[in-house]
Every structure is written in C-alpha cells, then in structure tokens.
Design a protein around this ligand. Structure first.
Ligand SMILES: Cc1ncc(COP(=O)(O)O)c(C=O)c1O
Length: 398
C-alpha cells in the first residue's frame, strides 16, 4: 500500500529504540548497564496504586468524558494555581494519554504546511517529528554550553520569520538538564508577544530540579504571556508513572477546545483507572517526589563528577531532569576495534558492543558533540557503568 508522504519524514523514537536494544541484550543474558532509559527507576507511590485499585473495585472502568474526569481537571487546575499562581478553568485543561499525546494534540490543532516552529537544540526527540507529522517545519535554534544550553534571545529574534508560528520551551530540558531563569523567560516572552508567537511550554520535569533552582513557568509571567502559552505537563516523571499514560495541557480556551475535539475523534478519554490514580498523585504525591529528587541529586553528583574524570569528556552540572549530557568531542577521531569514533552514534555503538553500556547518542537530540546518560538508575549501576565506560574510553587509540 502507498503510505502517506508524512510518514517518510519521521523515524521511531531513538531513545525508546536504544532502551529496547538494551533490554533485548539483557534478555539474552548479557549484563548491560542501561543509561538510556527516560523514566524514573522508582515504583509508583503506594497511595497512587491504592487509588487505582479502588477505582477498579468500584467499577470505574468505563468511558469517561473525552477530555478527562472533572475531579482530575479540578486537581490539575488546583495544582497549576498552587505552583504557578495561574487559575485555569476546567474548560482550559485537557487530560491526554501522556504529555507526548498532549503535545501531539497541540501540534494537530495549531500547525499546518508553511508554519515554522522554533525548537531550541539540543531538544527532546519528539518535538521535531511531531512538527513534521503535521506538515510544518521545525527550525532548530542551537544553544551553547557556555549559555547553560538556554536560548540566546538575540539569536531567537534572528530565527523568527513571517512564517514562525510557535516556539518550544522545555525547562527543565531533556536532554541537557538546563533550566531557564526568570530573566531569560521574561525576554523570550517579550519576543513572543512582539512577534505574535505561540509558546509551547513543556514542563514535564518541573518537579525534578536541584541546588535550590526554582522551576518557573513562562505562563506565570503575566496574563499576556499566559494567553499565548500552552503548558504541557503530566504525572509520568514526578510520580514515577510513565506506564499509566496521563499527561495534560492547559492554556487558552480556543486552542484547548480544538485539542479536545481532536482527542474526542482520535483516542477518546485516557484510561479511567489511571485518571483516578493521577488525582491521588497530584494530591498526595509530593513527599514521594521530594525523596526521589533527593536520591536523583546524589546520583547526579556522582555521575557528573565521574564523567569529568574521564580524559576527553567534559560534563556540565545539570540543574534539572535526570540526565547527564557530557561533551565527548575530545574522543572523536580516536580508534576503536571497529574503526574510528567519528560521531556520538559511533561512540554509543562502541560502548554498547564492547562495554555493554547503553547510552543515547546526541544526534537525534540535534547534537554532534554529546551523549545522554540517564541517572534514573541505581547508584551501584552508575558506578559499574562508569567503570566500564572509563575503561572502554581508555582503550581507544589516539
Ligand atoms: C521533554 C519531554 N516531554 C514529554 C515527554 C513525554 O512524557 P509522557 O510520558 O507524559 O508522555 C518526555 C518523556 O520522555 C520528555 O522527556
């Protein structure tokens, strides 16, 4: 069958692919240390599981309103008010099957051929593909390590054309771990207002921040900014609920209504049981999240320090999310058993094959100088994996 042209523009998620390869190797009995995974290694908190069990027992197993149950939309509205100081009505909130689905609904509702979307690079892999799937054009805007992987506002202005429709802000950022401060967000908001741009603010890692760095939502900077921002969030990362598939969007009513219509004609409601679990997470999950973040913080320090001890590797200390994003430029050109290491992909292949360490190469994130390692894994695995990584790097010929 002749497939639609749009599918030829996209690829399967490379992070999910690397995780699948690592899992397949482990299933064959190979002892792989997996730093590729994009999910907390913690179990979902007990009160959340209890709420889901209660929902099943109560027979809460039927279709719900397509945009999500009132109880959850109210809990989300309360959460956004508590954390951001912005009050969204329930009609401005849409619950979807994960934040990825929320982003997809948004792309469907807002983008068409000819539209350009500015995406700070390095970026989370799906932004580009979702823009392409909706016939629009992704415009990567490179950020630098010196600038903490955040946007330079002059460069942002230069990237804007008459076709620019939206800009993506992902703070804290996957893969860089960057967080945006108030001043930078303020400048970005001013540019967006001046040029009539939409802001897509993906805040899925908002709870995972370190060193007292606050999470600031760009939508909290004032009503004029909130009126052109769609906030994307969910329970996957903050409450170790990646498999439950609950994400949400909040923003201007007309956009949210369009997204709700798209969802009602595509997936209908997200899982009824998971919605009840998400209510419990938003109301009871905070102590769990702070314990998890404290543990991530310990692992972050160890992983980054150890990476910086490997000659040829430098790693910035991330202030959010659970990824280290080391610069491996110093290793490019060295020789391994299968030939020269010419790219992050070649390094990732070498590490997987010869050291049994799974990392994600930078290319799908828009970087030719970095690899991504998740520290959402045990301290023991971090030490074991970094022993292997350091040894494998030492064996490369200069
Ligand atoms: C930046 C970013 N946004 C969105 C998502 C999607 O999250 P969800 O599991 O809620 O679909 C992820 C997951 O890896 C992510 O890293």
């Amino acid at each position: 069958m002749k497939l639609a042209a749009r599918v030829s523009h996209i690829t399967p998620s490379p992070t999910l692919a690397m995780t699948a390869t690592a899992k397949a190797m482990a299933a064959q009995g190979i002892d792989v240390v997996d730093f590729s995974s994009g999910e907390p290694d913690f179990d979902t908190p007990e009160p959340v599981k209890a709420a889901a069990e209660a929902a099943i027992r109560a027979g809460f197993t039927k279709y719900t309103p397509s945009s999500g149950i009132d109880e959850l939309r109210q809990a989300i509205s309360d959460k956004l008010h508590r954390d951001m100081g912005v009050r969204y009505e329930k009609s401005q909130i849409l619950v979807s099957c994960g934040a990825k689905h929320s982003l997809y609904n948004l792309a469907q509702a807002c983008l068409e051929a000819g539209d350009e979307v500015i995406i700070p690079a390095p970026y989370w892999v799906s932004y580009v593909d979702q823009v392409l799937l909706n016939d629009a054009t992704p415009i990567p805007l490179p950020t630098s390590e010196e600038n903490g992987f955040t946007i330079n506002v002059d460069e942002l202005q230069r990237a804007i054309t008459t076709r620019t429709k939206a800009i993506v802000i992902n703070s804290p950022c996957n893969p860089t771990g960057a967080t945006y401060d108030r001043t930078t967000l303020q400048s970005i908001a001013e540019v967006a207002i001046r040029h009539g741009l939409f802001i897509i603010s993906d805040e899925i890692y908002e709870k995972i921040v370190y060193d007292g760095v606050p999470h600031i939502s760009i939508a909290s900077l004032g009503p004029e900014v909130a009126a052109r921002t769609v906030v994307i969030n969910g329970v996957s990362k903050a409450y170790a609920m990646t498999g439950w598939r609950i994400g949400y969007a909040a923003g201007p009513k007309d956009v949210l209504m369009a997204m709700a219509n798209i969802q009602s004609q595509s997936t209908s409601n997200p899982c009824s049981i998971a919605q009840k679990a998400a209510v419990a997470a938003l109301q009871l999950g905070e102590p769990f999240t702070s314990q998890m973040v404290a543990e991530f913080n310990r692992r972050r320090q160890v992983m980054v320090e150890r990476l910086n001890h490997i000659p040829g590797v430098t790693c910035r200390m991330p202030t959010g999310a659970f990824y280290a994003f080391p610069n491996i430029s110093g290793l490019l050109g060295r020789r391994g058993p299968d030939g020269p290491i010419t790219s992050p992909q070649a390094l990732a292949d070498y590490l997987l094959k010869h050291a049994h360490v799974a990392v994600v190469p930078g290319e799908p994130f828009g970087s030719h100088h970095h690899i991504r390692l998740s520290y959402a894994t045990s301290m023991e695995a971090i030490h074991r994996g970094l022993d292997r990584l350091a040894e494998a790097v030492a064996q490369l010929q200069t």
